[in-house]
Design a protein around this ligand. Structure first.
Ligand code: ADP
Ligand code: ZN
Ligand code: ZN
Length: 727
């Protein structure tokens, strides 16, 4: 009797063997989605590659229950799942889970009876009344207006169908008709794109050719901010769609990419399909299915879009490839830029990495010829790059208790007087990063993390930016009980706004931070208001550094250019250069030239000198030379083990054991254990060990053996992070 391996979306060691029912005419093909029994439950898995174990006794085997009416998972996606699992040291089932996205995606999209939230259910979802944990999970899984089958709801929420029935009886759910799957309009490939400039044409032709080859290859597309890189790679997207293959564009922050989406729509006449974590469950299901069935040609997504079921993926673009948002730090830890390259290789697809400030990894790959490189040297339409200069705060300090120095205030006044827009940038949310008691020196810190609480004056609370803990601002010091002795220290963006209100009362101001610009609608409205000149002064955190095009913005002031340069992280300099260059790149994108002022207490820092000289290439070359001798990435391999436990001594003990039994040998080195960058996070004590190896040594076998040598109690978690972004 035929046996098959079925991979289940669970963190199990491998695939499980099942029997094909004797009455079936043929065994389901590899990649088929099948329903199988698992310890009394029913589960959906995928028929996996490889031979089932012929020696497993017949009585241990169970029958496959059914084959689902869903296109089978392609061989290239199955290989990708296995590859990512092996590279990141995760069980393949944990990666498969990302590829299945939502179990309910596998439901047929016919219109039939289902359930939706009743009015009472919506109130309960908003937090009214008491609920059991399982009912709470069900409410979390359904968006208001969504209609889903009982099976989909129980699968999504991980509860039995009895819970769903019970909630219907209790009036929290009501029956409704499920709509059929949504249509995704096809892009119009006959619309002409914009007339490309000379250098754009050369680059676009090269990308079209790389795409048309229908073979694996990686191209790095660089060029200053505003040089027209997007228009160039949209040409490659068009080429890919003409070949009948699918294209994927990865963006670091979809919710803020409204201008990008508008451009896509102008170019192709329809909006692209979207994929990101805030997508409602119905939309998620429809998109997954439409993609699997070949009804979506082009998709724009966050990193998890790499795991979607494209029938024939022909092109992957990673825009702003240097962004750390592409790194997933929870669960399966992976870097979407690197995995995009792997996915492209397994799909015989072209991969395009795009950035004005590429990562040192990617630059090095281009230099050694592993990646092709294309460069756009000038801004589109003759706009010039902004002039960058430094304000030495030691020479011209801000007034006491203020954060804007006289030259910067002067420059903002002059810009506003000319009727142009200015921007003040500070990479810090909230009002003040630290609250200190002036009587006893007590600092307000998070009870769960080794981090200070950040004052948010708008929301009237102190908040931890790592675990979300929030508490009201106390009327007196919790330590010495002095009244009104607590003082905010240092600036956050809210405090800059307060100062701007005093200094530029006439200016129409807009704060752009993740707490004021929460979703796509707010982002679109902000972009519109700025373009329509309804705003004079923009005050923002790192969200203003994203690819915005603000044609009337001519002055960018960086309130604290030194922020991010302190600390032991070897990658801090690279990241700061990238961020500040991106912020600077918002200025002077149209006719009027732009300028950028960087306030600093240490203006001789090489990062700041490089920004002033506009010599990013030189800076990155120096950075490479600094990392090469010690075999730091990208000249060597690095993996981190994060050991964490609620009990500090247990974390220390396991970390010490790991430190004593680490791999040794030529070209391999273990650093640590040391406190992890956040030594306490969400109530868990964290220690870090780093494994550094020469480039020609694969770290995965070393890590596997290493972890096998140490007894790790259930209360201790060891997270593996291959290629950590900070070190
Ligand atoms: P980058 O991605 O390199 O920062 P963009 O692609 O965003 O640059 O281009 C900057 C601006 O110039 C955008 O508003 C874009 O629409 C415009 N632009 C770029 N290339 C062209 C072109 N060939 N014709 C017309 N407008 C263009
Ligand atoms: Zn005190
Ligand atoms: Zn915290």
């Amino acid at each position: 009797m035929a046996r098959l391996r079925v991979l289940l979306p669970l963190p199990l060691a491998g695939a499980y063997d099942y029997r094909v029912p004797a009455v079936w005419a043929e065994a389901p093909a590899a990649g088929s989605f099948v329903e199988v029994p698992l310890s009394g439950r029913s589960m959906i898995g995928v028929v996996w590659d490889g031979e089932a174990d012929p020696d497993l006794p017949e009585k241990k085997l169970r029958d496959i229950r059914a084959v689902l009416d869903v296109p089978p998972m392609t061989a290239s996606l199955r290989k990708f799942v296995d590859w990512v699992a092996a590279y990141t040291l995760n069980p393949p089932g944990a990666v498969l889970r990302m590829a299945m996205s939502a179990p309910s995606a596998l439901e047929p999209p016919a219109s039939k009876a289902g359930w939706r939230l009743s009015a009472a259910g919506q109130r309960a979802k908003r937090g009214e009344g008491k609920l059991t944990e399982t009912r709470r999970r069900v409410l979390d899984a359904i968006e208001p207006g969504d209609v889903q089958s009982a099976a989909a709801i129980s699968a999504e929420a991980g509860v039995s169908s009895g819970v769903v029935r019970g909630m219907a009886e209790a009036g929290l759910l009501e029956s409704a008709l499920m709509p059929a799957g949504e249509a995704f309009p096809a892009p119009d490939l006959t619309r002409p794109g914009p007339l490309l400039g000379g250098e754009q044409q050369v680059a676009a032709a090269a990308l079209r050719q790389a795409t048309a080859a229908q073979a694996f290859g990686v191209t790095l597309l660089t060029g200053v901010t505003g040089s027209g890189k997007t228009e160039v790679y949209l040409d490659a997207v068009e080429e890919c769609l003409k070949l009948g293959r699918q294209a994927l564009v990865l963006l670091p922050e979809i919710a803020l990419s409204t201008q990008w989406l508008e451009r896509f729509e102008r170019r192709f006449g329809v909006p692209p399909a979207l994929w990101h974590s805030e997508l409602g469950s119905r939309r998620r299901r429809d998109t997954w299915r439409a993609l699997a069935e070949g009804r979506i040609q082009v998709l724009v997504g966050a990193r998890s879009a790499l795991f979607l079921p494209y029938p024939d993926l022909g092109l992957i673009v990673v825009d702003e490839e240097h962004e750390t948002a592409f790194k997933q730090e929870e669960g399966v830890v992976y870097h979407a830029r690197d995995m995009a390259v792997v996915r492209a290789r397994l799909s015989q697809a072209a991969c395009v990495l795009v950035s004005a400030t590429p990562s040192l990894e990617t630059l090095t790959n281009a230099e050694t010829g592993r990646y092709a490189a294309l460069h756009l040297p000038v801004r589109h339409g003759g706009a010039s790059m902004p002039a960058v200069s430094l304000i030495d705060q030691r020479a011209t300090p801000p007034e006491r208790g203020r954060f804007l120095s006289p030259p910067l205030v002067e420059a903002v006044h002059a810009t506003l007087a000319e009727g142009q827009q200015a921007m003040l940038f500070l990479n810090r949310r909230g009002y003040a990063p630290l609250t200190l008691c002036r009587s006893c020196g007590h600092r307000m810190r998070c009870p769960n993390c080794s981090a200070w609480l950040v004052e948010h004056r708008v929301r009237r609370c102190l908040q931890c930016h790592h675990c979300g803990h929030a508490e009201p601002i106390p009327p007196h010091c919790p330590e010495c009980h002095s009244e009104s002795s607590l003082t905010p220290l240092g600036p956050g963006v809210e405090r800059v706004q307060e100062e701007a209100e005093l200094l530029f009362p006439e200016a129409r101001r807009l704060v752009m931070a993740s707490d004021t610009i929460a979703g796509p609608a707010a982002a679109a409205e902000a972009a519109r208001a700025i373009a329509a000149r309804e705003v004079d002064l923009i005050i923002g955190t790192q969200i203003v550094a994203k690819g915005w095009h603000f044609p009337h913005l001519t002055l960018v002031g960086v309130v604290d250019a030194d922020l991010g340069l302190a600390g032991g992280d070897l990658r801090a300099a690279e990241r700061t250069v990238q961020l500040l260059h991106q912020v600077a790149g918002r200025a002077g994108r149209a006719e009027a030239p732009g300028r950028v002022l960087l306030q600093s207490w240490s203006p001789e820092h090489p990062v700041l000198e490089a920004l002033v000289a506009g010599d990013l290439d030189g800076f990155m070359a120096a950075e490479a030379e600094a990392r090469r001798p010690g075999h730091w990435p990208p000249f060597g391999r690095l993996a981190a083990l994060i050991v964490s436990a609620e009990d500090e001594r247990e974390a220390d003990r396991v970390a010490r054991d790991l430190g004593l039994s680490g791999p040794a040998g030529e070209g391999v080195q273990v650093l640590g254990p040391a406190p992890a960058p956040l030594a306490l996070l969400r109530g868990r004590h964290r220690r870090r060990l780093l494994l550094k190896a020469r480039r020609d040594i694969a770290v995965q076998p070393l890590l596997r053996e290493w972890l096998g040598r140490v007894q790790i109690p259930a209360s201790v978690r060891v997270q593996v992070d291959v290629d950590p972004v900070s070190f």
